[in-house]
Design a protein around this ligand. Structure first.
Ligand code: ACO
Length: 438
């Protein structure tokens, strides 16, 4: 087990490269990555131990609260998360937008924004029952701006009682920042499952409170309770993606939070940053590349061409890891275990293994390029029969634990993020240049 050590004093002088490489943004106790040694640590615990003995719920509690929960605390936390699965009012609103016409990440961001609206549902209810809408506060969406649709249809969820009554619904905003974090952890998973269903022309499935976070998610996507292996692998996958240092999406969400914007906007910013192909979008690209290659015997030819074209191979390389990504080390065998259950995966898996060997033999020593977590997460989702368009939202539904934990921690001693740029443009007047930084 690695022992995280603090070797620097804060504030410190550091050398910063392009892409803020080497810049130190803040102090944290949430998580630690050692890229040279391939370590990943959450609140002092080795990722290998957490994956072996913990659950996503327990890890989320650990990240947010700083210590592992007692059995009673975990029970209470699980209860809370399952209660917060009821975001029926947000889903009602979401379904009034053309969700199937926008990307799943855009839909997720929209859904998170809608979760933020505390008064909206009341406005909406008023309009639905032809009463005068309750005067909206500045946060709410006035009814007139919602696209017109078949308003009756949005009530036709799979189960008649899906829409909870107003007074018991948990979807009414929250009193504390921490409650909003719990609400977001549950809500992003429910939104992701609902977005898959809506894109398939189906209605969202009512969440089940008796299932774990991972099992409920898979159930809400497929309508079937997953088996133990599928549930456990999904759970481990969520643990692995929950936090990872000052990555682009975490930093983006913290930058927004540092302006004292609210947590929903901040998490929306994390979702936006995660959607890019250099970050969370890579897992979808991995599957596209494996399908493009087609079979193991075509890997070398494909790789030589990709090198000539100076193409970045999705699922390989990392800004921090210059050793094998521990997350890929854990996920690789799990992807293989799932693939064995699913004959459609055999060719894809064999192609992936060959590509991994080829890339590592060629670029491992030379450039320290190894598979990253995205190389195997896409294969895990594919083996679980999840559509590739929601691979990145699944990443978000896990990383929301890390985003919220780091935001809460940072806000304890908040200072707005405000780096500078080196001006390399022209001066068309003779400005006095002393100081130069203004
Ligand atoms: N395939 C081929 N060569 C690569 C790859 C790759 N996937 N990644 C890096 N390199 C090479 C670069 O060409 C560069 O070579 P050079 O020094 O000869 O120019 C060198 O390695 C350093 O690469 P940079 O792009 O400078 O590394 P950076 O730290 O800026 O980027 C990144 C890291 C974005 C992850 C990059 O490795 C990449 O684009 N990988 C593919 C996309 C991907 O898998 N993203 C997921 C990242 S993990 C995550 O977000 C969960």
């Amino acid at each position: 087990t690695p022992t995280p050590t603090t070797t620097v004093e804060w504030p410190l002088t550091c050398t910063v490269g392009p892409g803020l490489e080497g810049a130190i943004a803040c102090e944290t106790k949430v998580g630690y990555v050692n890229g040279q040694k391939g370590w990943l640590v959450y609140r002092g615990y080795n990722i290998f131990d957490l994956c072996a003995y913990s659950s996503f719920e327990e890890v989320s509690y650990l990240l947010l609260h700083g210590s592992l929960p007692s059995p009673a605390e975990l029970e209470a936390f699980n209860q809370k998360l399952s209660t917060y699965r009821d975001i029926s009012q947000t889903l009602r609103l979401l379904m009034n937008f053309p969700v199937e016409q926008i990307s799943p990440m855009a839909a997720l961001r929209l859904g998170i924004n809608l979760m933020r609206q505390k008064q909206t549902f009341r406005d909406y209810e008023g309009a639905l029952s032809d009463q005068a809408p309750i005067a909206s506060d500045e946060d709410s969406i006035p009814m007139e701006t919602l696209p017109k649709g078949d308003r009756e249809a949005i009530y036709q969820f799979d189960k008649p009682h899906f829409i909870a009554p107003m007074d018991t619904a948990s979807d009414l905003g929250s009193s504390t920042e921490l409650e909003s974090c719990y609400r977001l952890i549950s809500g992003v998973a429910v939104l992701t499952a609902a977005i898959v269903r809506i894109r398939q022309g189906k209605l969202p499935i009512e969440p089940r409170r008796d299932l774990s976070h991972a099992a409920n998610f898979l159930y809400m996507v497929t309508g079937e309770v997953p088996d133990d292996l599928q549930t456990r692998i999904m759970d481990v996958n969520l643990i692995l993606h929950a936090d990872h240092g000052m990555n682009a999406s975490t930093f983006s969400s913290m930058v927004v939070a540092s302006t004292l914007s609210d947590i929903y906007f901040s998490i929306g910013a994390g979702v936006a940053a995660l959607s890019g192909p250099l970050h969370g979008g890579a897992n979808e690209e991995v599957i596209k590349v494996l399908q493009e290659i087609g079979s193991p015997d075509r890997v070398e030819l494909w790789f030589d061409r990709a090198r000539k074209e100076k193409r970045k191979i999705p699922g390989f390389g990392h800004r921090v890891y210059k050793a094998y990504d521990p997350r890929a080390r854990i996920l690789g065998p799990l992807a293989e275990a799932l693939a064995q259950q699913n004959p459609k995966m055999t060719l894809l898996m064999k192609t992936a293994k060959k590509l991994e060997r080829t890339v590592v033999e060629s670029l491992g020593k030379e450039k320290k390029i190894f598979p990253n977590v995205d190389f195997y997460s896409g294969l895990v989702y594919k083996a679980l029969n999840l559509p590739s368009s929601i691979f990145t939202p699944i990443f978000a539904m896990s990383r929301v634990s890390g985003w919220t934990s780091r935001i809460i921690e940072y806000l304890e001693h908040n200072r707005i993020f405000r780096p500078r740029a080196i001006y390399t443009g022209d001066f068309y007047e003779d400005f006095p240049r002393q100081g130069d930084s203004k």
